[in-house]
Design a protein. Structure first.
Length: 145
């Protein structure tokens, strides 16, 4: 029987051991420990993708080409909580588009991510999403970080 594809996320970072507590708290994950250049985080209550923090020698020099969205019901309070853990708010206000609200942040090493409500403001149909699928489900302008 063929193995079904799964999703694992890898985040390049300078110090995976120092960054692990931030991401574990942000995602409600637990650390399975570190081996060599890696720290493995998994959901405290599966299912969900694993997050591998990978030590790299080079510094981050530009915007991430891919980022994570952390979906929560209260964007503002969760953003405040992550700020207390070492995250930094990047956006000046709450972004809103197509029924979604989000705040752009970065982790203690400067990796961008968004705290969003997952579109709780409006349920879009596939027909509404399809015209934007090549750009972003949030609309014609990029979901910026």
């Amino acid at each position: 029987m063929a193995l079904k594809p799964g999703l694992g996320l890898v985040l390049d970072c300078h110090d995976p051991e120092a960054l692990a507590p931030f991401w574990a708290a942000a995602l409600d994950y637990v650390s399975l420990g570190s081996v060599g250049n890696y720290v493995v985080l998994v959901p405290a209550a599966p299912p969900g993708p694993k997050l591998l923090l990978q030590r790299v020698g080079e510094e981050k020099t530009g915007k991430n080409r891919m980022h994570m969205d952390i979906e929560v019901s209260d964007v503002e309070s969760f953003t405040s909580r992550l700020g207390q853990l070492g995250g930094r708010r990047i956006s000046n206000g709450v972004e809103a588009e197509h029924g979604s609200r989000w705040i752009v942040m970065d982790d203690p090493e400067g990796n961008e991510f968004c705290v969003c409500d997952g579109g709780a403001g409006k349920q879009e149909t596939a027909a509404e999403i399809a015209p934007h699928a090549r750009r972003s489900v949030r609309g014609s302008r990029p979901h910026t970080t």
